[in-house]
Design a protein around this ligand. Sequence first.
Ligand code: XCC
Length: 619
Amino acid sequence: MVEKSIDQATLKMLKKAQRDGIETVWDRLAAQEPQCGFGQLGICCRNCNMGPCRIDPFGDGPSQGVCGAGADTIVARNLVRAIAAGAAAHSDHGRGIASTLLASAGGDTADYPVRDEAKLQALAAEYGIAVEGRATAEIARDLANAVLEEFGTRKGALQFINRAPEQRRAVWDKLGITPRGIDREVVESMHRTHMGVDNDPVSLILQGMRTALSDGWGGSIVATELSDVLFGTPRPVKGSSNLGVLKEDQVNIILHGHEPTLSDIIVHAARDPELLQEARARGAAGINVCGMCCTGNEILMRHGVPVAGNFLQQELAIVTGAVEAMIVDIQCVMPALPQVAGCYHTKIISTSPKAKFPGAEHIAFDEHNAMETAKKIVRIAVENYSNRRAEKVNIPADQMEYMAGFSVEAILEALGGSLNPLIDAVKSGAVKGIVGVVGCNNPKYIQDNSHLVFVRELIKNDILVVGTGCAAIACAKAGLLLPAAAEQAGDGLRGVCTGLGIPPVLHMGSCVDISRIMTVAAAMANALGVDIADLPLAGAAPEWMSEKAVSIGTYVVSSGIFTILGTVPPVLGSQNVAELLTGGAEKVVGAVFAVEENPAAAAKLAIDHIAAKRKALGL
Ligand code: XCC
């Protein structure tokens, strides 16, 4: 069991799952083993129907597919397709938010007022949209239209890349990887990887970088910034994490997936007096809304909603027997959920027209009558409370407090209005550098272990950690998001954190909010007059599994930041591609990937990298 997780709540629920005869992600992984070696190396190709083809990694069998593509082409093509899928996921999420803003501006939905006018105006100014003397709705309409235009723009480059320092933009221009349009890069990646188009691994990977940049400096920024406009920019907020946040005497609703559009409204709907009355009539003391994965991050950042867990805990939340409804939207929602829910009373309710789940109830979420839909969903959960079977309920007591809500704006406020105190701390060496720790859980690795070993090692060495996604939830569950965790930091970082009353690990949001990290990195580089690649920064995805993480890693490296992957990407079938990503890229974009499964060794890589960057800056 210990090899599955270091999270006590997870281990307890795994035992219960076993008793209840439930198959979980770990059982399905075991059933898959040994996993396909060709797939692991990235050398199988299904891009046309002359195949499927595979390359013999030992050199005894075929070294080319039917079309003549060799390992280099196949590995690069597969990688680019993964990037395109990941970029598409983030960017389509961003488009959804932009569409909601447009609907809000047009008066089509009363449930989504602009909650952060200052941010709306700042973004409008970035786009050159007039704000003086204009109504909020007019500015919002112009901004939404301008942002939606980015998806198919013909103006040659995305607006938000202008946040990046001039030196970085020059690198992109020289390489021809400045993203030209969000949709365009995804489409071109799919085109280039079609049979008989781009076969040159270098050319393919450059297109992969351009596509990833259209995510990091395009779709993801859109998702973050416009969510802030609509739902409010996060400010420091406190809450609780882990499965212990579920309440035995309340109607428990879990919001799982990625978009804030529905979840934010459900948080409000669950406070409806009529629904609360109904819950009480059924013997429940209240309605307890909790989050999971990135939808969870969106509402914990903005409302301090408890977060029940990260990626590998979605099935286990149901296994508690205490969840009336799990409401899902898009991304990272396991298709297994309805099957697990079938053994309990939990209702799985899918809400996005883009993501339907056989066996789940589908209630199409319509932003035009958002509150009505939200209340309908909450009512289903309330009614389902009567079906809960007390003998099946077992909620682990484990929970931990967190402090989150560190948007760029919140960080600036904590620092007294400018980044200078942070830059000064970096210059003085009190803070040696900053590492973004992001990404998923992966059942091939002990849940949360890599995140926590890595992060603890960094803060001990005076490196400030900024996190998002399931990595940040892992830190929340371990108490690392509390100001008191500064005790685990080195002297320098501890002093800075204690002075500001902040934790040594700053939760910056969901996975699209890695754009917040990029915005801070760009602002620091601009303040110092250097390129992002010159800064003492690193990125890491210690337990990543999704294609979105591949896109993220690629835009972070392409932005000049050294990035460590804790799980091995399927590229080892091509020595040339692997060498390009971990070595050759340095000369091209000023940063590389490293792959290190041992989190302590990975931390050493980050620490050494930061020391080298400091030295080069003369610090
Ligand atoms: Fe998904 Fe965003 Fe990964 Fe967690 S961290 S498993 S992508 S929810 Ni982004």
